[in-house]
Design a protein around this ligand. Structure first.
Ligand code: ADP
Ligand code: MG
Length: 681
């Protein structure tokens, strides 16, 4: 029989039908998948002494049940099982929530071993599981897997054990020997064993460290190989614009570019002109003037006879870009169109035709741009603005709509270099590190919700001067579960307060696109002075006359998001204010408020954001295209990621990697056949 570690898990005893399905749902198809399905944590089941444990520690305690447990009901269908146990001279309380059926396992006078979280103030243990009600032999350190309803911990553990017994010898060794020595790594087989069956914490930690490196290294090797393939197979296009035309265009702008804008324009234009396939990340803090840089790049593209596409995350932003680009391009006979989810079918059809026959030069839009029926005649440049949520797959689709067009990603969320590499692969980075002259730093204050009246007075003192204000709330309508200010409620209060003096508008994500447009337009034209909104205006919106930004329940937002919201003001020459209204209940919330009042530096804020929240939240891991590592975390394992990248860059340069038998398993893991030939530079 040719059963191997690469065979389906169904070759294991007890795996068929429903169970096979359940495993597949966890992403486990082959025996190797199963062996690579690592525990997400471990439980220390070694029985501890009361004197050895600290508050909130997860521990295993053993004692004698003093009296049969009682069950209390509280809230809606909630129960609490309570009993006391004696541990030598001490008596502690044990509670189990919503597991009344455990009652039968707890008998007065019997010994019991319980795993749970220790609360030292109350001298009580919040029980998580009963490990044994008799004095049976116990394991002291146990793996915990993330499982589904249809498969149990125990079942999974037994299957892993079975798989290891049968196939341990086939576990592939991916890491080259030289690296193993350098980083003092054990064999992959030993590491896999220690991940599933560690005897203590130390062993599991060591195994984790190794698996993390292996994962990151394999990923980096994949990136390196991909990059090499792209370089050798695909060529970009040459966008041969006329320098003189570009100069005239830039001179016609209503302002002089900042030195930083000039520099990045040069970097981008050099890429456009060369046959090199541009993949560039343009970072620039909120308000640093990225839009105009995009406009210049698009103009150059059109001047050279190609089409350009600008993709953004929201319709509001698409509308806004449409308006400003149309203003710039119309006198120059550059044709721009807007394509979003709410474009009427008839107009949509027209736009698609014009894109296909080349009579349309630039298209601006949301995700509607990457639908299948959108075809270009000569796509030369794709720009995405504020699109962290833009996955690798979507980028590929858009790229394939042209003959490998140049790509520019614009973002106000500074992405640390290493993260950029994991998210986007190898890319060039341009940075606008300067704000247009004459900007006055935004003054940020943090106040408590009870100061509502004085906030309204403050807003009014700005309105009197002819300026405008935003008021942001986390939710649209009142919700039962969350006690947060909601946009509708706040809107009504403000409308009453300012009645007869100022116009108040309401904007939220549930409104129809046309309604949103109307309100946005009224705000831009200063027919509406105060805009109450949810976070739909978070990115990109540009109304320089607005000078006050009030954010309710500000502690609910992440730092990057707060920074984005704050960036809606301070976009003109008037002094601007940001008022954070919050009563944070968590330490993180308080920390955020403090940091916001201390700095307006987006780079610093995003670093802090990373520290406070982790990478997953920053990008929205699912949509972001950040690879889903099994164990590694690109933020906490930053150091390992860098090491892995350096090693991968070294190894790819060695011809032996492509031919030598030593690297066979690694080549398999990276996905290149032994026979595959790759060019060298
Ligand atoms: P962001 O980088 O946040 O996307 P925008 O491109 O929206 O910023 O620009 C913010 C504001 O600054 C806009 O009103 C824009 O017209 C203005 N602006 C951009 N560049 C300059 C400049 N060099 N001098 C003066 N104002 C500028
Ligand atoms: Mg912008």
């Amino acid at each position: 029989m040719d059963e191997s570690i690469y065979s389906s898990v169904s070759i294991l005893k007890g795996v068929a039908g429903k169970r096979l399905e359940a495993l597949n749902q966890l992403g486990i198809y082959t025996v190797l998948d199963l062996l690579s399905y690592y525990p997400f944590r471990y439980e220390d089941l070694q029985v501890k002494d009361l004197s050895d444990i600290t508050d909130q520690e997860k521990v295993t305690l053993k004692g004698v049940v003093i009296a049969d447990p009682v069950i209390n009901s509280f809230g809606y269908r909630k129960t609490r099982l309570i009993f006391r146990i004696a541990i030598e001279q001490d008596v502690i309380m044990v509670t189990f929530f919503n597991q009344p059926y455990l009652k039968g396992q707890v008998k007065a006078g019997e010994e019991i071993t319980i795993y749970g979280r220790w609360d030292s103030k109350r001298s009580s243990l919040a029980g998580m599981k009963i490990i044994g009600s008799k004095t049976a032999e116990q394991k002291e350190f146990e793996a915990v897997y993330s499982v589904s309803k249809s498969i149990q911990q125990k079942t999974l553990f037994n299957l892993v054990t079975q798989a290891y017994e049968l196939f341990a010898d086939q576990i592939p060794e991916i890491i080259p020997v030289s690296l193993k020595e350098k980083y003092r790594l054990i064999s992959h087989k030993e590491a896999v064993y220690a991940m599933h069956f560690p005897t203590d914490e130390e062993q599991s930690k060591q195994a984790r460290r190794q698996i993390i490196f292996e994962e990151l290294f394999t990923f980096q090797m994949k990136l390196q190989v991909l990059r090499r393939q792209e370089k050798s197979v695909k060529q970009g296009i040459e966008i041969a614009y006329h320098v003189a035309h570009l100069r005239t265009f830039i001179a016609s702008l209503p302002f002089e570019l900042t030195a930083a804008q000039k520099r990045v324009v040069n970097e981008i234009c050099a890429d456009l002109k060369s046959p090199y396939h541009m993949q560039r990340l343009l970072q620039g803090d909120v308000g640093s003037g990225k839009t105009i840089v995009a406009a210049i790049a698009l103009f150059a593209t059109v001047d050279a006879g190609f089409q350009g596409a600008l993709m953004v995350p929201t319709e509001i932003l698409a509308e806004q870009h449409m308006e400003s680009l149309d203003q710039l391009f119309d006198p120059l006979q550059v044709k721009v169109a807007l394509l979003t989810g709410s474009t009427k079918p008839k107009l949509r059809k027209e736009i698609l035709e014009q894109l296909a026959n080349g009579s349309l030069d630039v298209v601006i839009g949301t995700h509607a741009l990457i639908q299948e029926d959108v075809q270009f005649k000569q796509l030369g440049l794709v720009i995405t603005d504020e699109q962290h949520r833009f996955g690798v797959e979507q980028r590929k689709i858009l790229r394939n709509k042209g003959n490998n067009p140049d790509v520019l990603f614009m973002t106000a969320t500074p992405i640390p270099r290493t993260l950029a590499i994991t998210v986007f692969g190898e890319m060039d980075v341009s940075i606008i590190d300067e704000l247009p002259a004459g900007r006055i730093p935004i003054e940020t204050t943090w106040i408590r919700p009870k100061m509502f009246e004085s906030t309204l007075e403050f807003i009014e003192s700005e309105l009197v001067k002819g300026a405008q204000a935003y008021v942001i709330c986390p939710l649209i309508e009142e919700s039962e579960s969350l006690d947060v200010k909601n946009a509708v409620d706040i809107y009504e209060k403000l409308a009453t307060y300012y009645e007869g003096r100022y116009q108040v508008g309401l904007l939220h994500g549930k409104m129809k696109a046309a309604e949103k447009d109307t309100i946005m337009q009224q705000f831009k034209e200063n027919q509406v002075q105060v805009l109450v909104s949810t976070t739909v205006i978070e990115v990109g919106v540009n109304v320089p006359n607005a000078t006050t930004m009030v954010i309710y329940d500000a502690d609910r937002f992440g730092l990057s998001q707060l920074h984005q919201l704050r960036g809606r003001v301070g976009r003109g020459s008037k002094k601007s204010y940001c008022i954070l209204v919050a009563n944070p209940k968590t330490e993180i919330g308080q920390e955020r408020m403090k940091i916001m009042t201390e700095t307006t530096d987006g780079f610093l804020l995003s670093e802090k954001d990373l520290e406070l929240r982790g990478s997953g939240d920053l990008f929205g891991r699912k949509q972001s295209g950040v690879p889903d590592f099994k164990v590694a975390d690109i933020v906490t394992d930053f150091g390992a990621l860098e090491a892995a990248r350096n090693e991968a860059q070294q190894l790819i340069k060695q011809p032996a990697f492509f031919t030598d038998a030593t690297y066979h398993a690694l080549r398999m893991a990276v996905g290149i056949e032994d026979t595959e030939k790759l060019s060298f530079d």
